[in-house]
Structures are given as C-alpha cells and as structure tokens.
Design a protein around this ligand. Structure first.
Ligand SMILES: *[C@@H]1O[C@H](CO)[C@@H](O)[C@H](O)[C@H]1NC(C)=O
Ligand SMILES: *[C@@H]1O[C@H](CO)[C@@H](O)[C@H](O)[C@H]1NC(C)=O
Ligand SMILES: *[C@@H]1O[C@H](CO)[C@@H](O)[C@H](O)[C@H]1NC(C)=O
Ligand SMILES: *[C@@H]1O[C@H](CO)[C@@H](O)[C@H](O)[C@H]1NC(C)=O
Ligand SMILES: *[C@@H]1O[C@H](CO)[C@@H](O)[C@H](O)[C@H]1NC(C)=O
Ligand SMILES: *[C@@H]1O[C@H](CO)[C@@H](O)[C@H](O)[C@H]1NC(C)=O
Length: 411
C-alpha cells in the first residue's frame, strides 16, 4: 500500500494532473471546465451565501474553516433558480477533482482551482426544466473524489434573489473506518469508486463518512509515512495527509461527533493490512491489543451503533497451477471478534472470504472497480438481511462510468 501520489508529496500548490490512467493508458474523460471569473463584491447577477449558511449540509469531515478531510467528503443543498457557483478558498488543493450532480442525474467531474469560483449549474444544465420534475426542490451535491486532497468552501452563489434550501438528513448513518482499501486507492475515481462510498450511496437514504486514508495502520504507529494510526487519528477532524500536517502540525483538532445531525447506526471497520506489512513497525500482538481498546472507544462514541468487523482479504498469489488467497491477521481478527461479541453491545463479523478473486486486484494489490463493486454488493445485501435496511437507491447513478457492455452482440 503506497501512501500518496508523488504530486501530493512534492507540493501542496503544484498542479497535480487530473488525467486518469486506466491499465496504463490515458482514460477518455469528459471533465467539465466549470471555472468562471471571480465575482465582484457588488455583483448584480448573484446572491452569495457564506460557508456557514445553515442550509448547507457538509458530509464526512470538515473543519471549522470549511476545509474537507478524509475520503469523499461532500456538500449538499437544494436551491431555487437555475444557477449554482462556489468560490473555493486558499486551502483548496489546486486541480483537485470533484464530482457534482443535480437531483438524480449522473455525476459530472471537474477540476477545481485554488481561490477560484466555479459554476456547476447554469440555465443550460440538463434536467432543470424537466416537464415532470421528479425531485423538487432541486438538490446539488458535490464530492471530493480523492482522500488526501481537499477543498475549502468560501461561498456559495445562486442567481440573484434565489434561495438555498436545507435538504433533510437521512435517518440512518454509517461510519466507515479504514485505510486505502475503503478509500478507493487504485480505483478509477478513487474514493468515489471505492466500496465505502459504494455501500453508503448504494444503500440510498443513508448518511455516511469514510474515515479512511491510504497506508494508515490501526495501531498508533507511523505507517508508510502516516504519522499516527487510526486509534488516534479517527478521533481527529483532519487526516494524516501532508496537507493536514501543514495546517495543523502535530495537533489536529478533536472531531466533534455531536456535530453529526444523524446518530450513527453502523460502524464498519476494515483495517490492519498496513499493520500486517513488515515495512511498518507493528506486530500481531500490538494490533490485537489496539483493536481490543479501539472498539470500546467507538462504542462510547457511537452508543447506539452496531459495530461490524470485516476481515482482511490480503493478497492473491499464484501457487503452482492456481491462485490462492492469503488473508491477513486471521487469528488476531477472529480473537478480537470472539472477545468483543461478549461485551454486551452488538459486534458483528463480516467475512470477506470468497468475494474477491485474484483478478479483482489491480497491480498495486488494491481492488479494481469490479472488486469494489463485489465487496459493496455483498455488504449491502448483508446489511439488508442483518439489519432490515431497505435498499433505497433505485435508479440514480451510484458507481460512475462502470457501464461496460458488448456492442457487437452478433459476433
Ligand atoms: C483542469 O482545469 C483547467 C482549467 O480550470 C483546464 O485547463 C484543464 O484542462 C483541466 N484538466 C482536465 C484534465 O480536465
Ligand atoms: C458597491 O456598491 C455600493 C452601493 O452602490 C457602493 O457604495 C460601493 O462603493 C460599491 N463597492 C464596490 C467595491 O464597488
Ligand atoms: C457565519 O459567519 C459569520 C462571520 O463569518 C457570522 O457573522 C454569522 O453569524 C455566521 N452564521 C451562522 C449561521 O453561524
Ligand atoms: C489564495 O488566496 C490567498 C488570499 O486569500 C493567498 O494568500 C494565496 O496565495 C492564494 N493562493 C493561490 C494558489 O493563488
Ligand atoms: C429553462 O427555463 C428558463 C426560463 O423559462 C429558460 O431561460 C432556460 O433557458 C431553460 N433551460 C433549459 C435547459 O431549457
Ligand atoms: C500477517 O497475517 C498473516 C495471517 O494471519 C500472518 O501469518 C503473518 O505473520 C502476519 N504478518 C505480519 C508481518 O504481521
């Protein structure tokens, strides 16, 4: 598990290319150029709202300067009129790729410039004048696709005289805790293609945070350059990125869990692949002890949540004339579950065995988009059977650009 792309390590302000590579080739993309000139203070076309307007719903983790952290953080609101623009602040990673959409139409992607204003909705946006409007008021949603890069919201602009409308929160909520595997490292659109996002969005009617970062360990140790493990960092607003280190040094703010409007029903943990790597200074017994102390802290933080421990699928290696799965920390995770299931609050075990095959992994040992979809599909159905959650996403796109098909059906 590598930590960060080179451009993130080199500089926080250099232009990181938003080119997407697929199996070593440049992928055909249709990113929208949304940048517009900065708006003057006396602009006659726009009504401007500050980043703390109560109608804005921030998804995932954001700090009090409205800077996003961790994987696939988002912003959602409804609006009147036919125009939405956002001014991004100085703590926006230059050229960070964001996904955005109105109502139930497909995601579109655009790269964002530090300190710039970007217009995402205009009178020519498809779906605004639908003859049978199925979703009114119109919602606007934005997600940062990466885990390390982020945006800072400075202002939201609507057409002159138009209004922001608060979108009610969904009543169920999941907290995902993990590393690169949940944050979508190596998937085409990164966190937006990862199984954390795909489970949260795929269930529908669900609020979720993906508190996951590539390379991070569970045990509090420096793993692949991440200064702290999740037993420490999970309780902080910011992640372990160089961007966070530059802003907060070694004192990241504690996260205010009471700021989440919806109580957490499910905590889904899958972590330890980095602890299990000999490149990092963690061994099985410290992993086991950290896991045993972490889960009770999560229970204190989310008293009404069911806690789900996923085991680690590990690597797939070729042995003789077949492929063999090599899961990580088999005994440790089993023992953690055996101890915790008797603690008086609901702890569950989700077995990943047999879901992925060797070719669901890319060359960086992370799932392909298909691998993420398989994990997500199993987990979604398991949550439905286990907890009775309805599958409420019944049409609008969840996984972006996975429509592969055979268009020569007569060959
Ligand atoms: C990113 O945005 C800039 C301008 O905002 C544009 O020139 C560039 O082509 C975009 N990159 C991609 C990959 O779309
Ligand atoms: C904005 O408009 C007001 C009222 O017309 C005027 O007093 C003020 O100087 C203007 N400010 C700028 C920055 O143009
Ligand atoms: C938003 O912040 C401004 C100052 O930056 C403050 O005047 C205003 O009261 C705040 N609004 C809310 C809803 O917190
Ligand atoms: C963004 O704006 C701030 C002032 O608000 C400035 O200090 C900073 O240099 C700007 N950053 C970029 C990349 O233009
Ligand atoms: C939607 O309707 C408004 C007002 O009738 C019009 O100005 C705009 O061009 C229409 N947009 C589309 C995409 O048809
Ligand atoms: C990783 O997990 C496997 C399977 O439980 C175990 O055999 C191995 O010793 C572990 N390696 C490290 C470095 O912890």
């Amino acid at each position: 598990m590598k930590v960060l792309s080179l451009c993130a390590l080199v500089s926080l302000v250099s232009r990181c290319t938003a080119t997407i590579y697929e199996n070593g080739h440049e992928r055909e993309t249709h990113f929208v150029n949304t940048r517009i000139p900065s708006l003057g203070t006396n602009d006659t076309e726009w009504t401007t709202y500050g980043p703390n307007a109560t109608e804005l719903s921030y998804k995932g983790r954001w700090d009090d300067k409205h800077i996003s952290w961790w994987a696939a953080p988002g912003l959602k609101f409804a609006f009147t009129g036919e125009s939405v623009a956002i001014t991004f602040g100085p703590h926006t990673t230059n050229t960070v790729l964001v996904a955005y959409r109105t109502a139930g139409l497909d995601w579109q992607l655009s790269n964002i410039t530090t300190n710039a204003t970007h217009q995402f909705v205009s009178p020519s946006t498809p779906g605004l004048n639908a003859t049978l409007p199925s979703q009114l008021p119109l919602t606007f949603e934005l997600r940062v696709t990466n885990w390390a890069y982020g945006v800072q919201i400075n202002a939201v602009h609507l057409a002159k005289g138009e209004k922001l409308i608060k979108v009610p929160e969904f009543s169920r909520r999941i907290e995902f805790i993990g590393d690169s595997l949940q944050s979508g490292y190596g998937a085409v659109y990164e966190a937006l293609s990862g199984f954390g996002y795909t489970v949260g969005a795929g269930l529908g009617s669900t609020e979720f945070s993906i508190t996951a970062y590539p390379g991070i360990c569970l045990h509090d140790a420096n793993c692949w350059g991440n200064p702290r493990g999740q037993t420490y960092q999970f309780f902080r607003t910011s992640d372990t990125s160089p961007r966070a280190a530059a802003l907060y040094n070694s004192t990241p703010p504690l996260y205010d869990f009471s700021s989440q409007p919806t109580k957490t029903d499910l905590v889904i943990i899958m972590i330890g692949t980095n602890d299990n790597n000999t490149a990092n200074p963690v061994r099985g017994d410290s992993y086991y002890r950290s896991y045993l102390s972490f889960v009770p802290e999560l229970h204190t933080t989310f008293p009404s949540a069911d806690i789900v421990i996923m085991n680690l699928w590990g690597n797939f290696v070729r042995q003789g004339n077949t492929w063999v799965q090599q899961p990580k920390f088999i005994d440790e995770i089993r023992k953690v579950y055996d101890v915790l299931k008797g603690e008086g609050y609901p702890v569950h075990f989700f077995d990943t065995k047999g879901i992925l095959q060797h070719n669901d992994m890319g060359p960086t040992f992370h799932p392909t988009d298909a691998g993420h979809l398989k994990i997500a599909a199993h987990l979604i159905r398991w949550i439905n059977v286990m907890f009775g959650w309805e599958l409420d996403a019944t049409g609008p796109e969840v996984q972006h650009e996975t429509t592969y098909w055979n268009d020569q059906v007569n060959y």
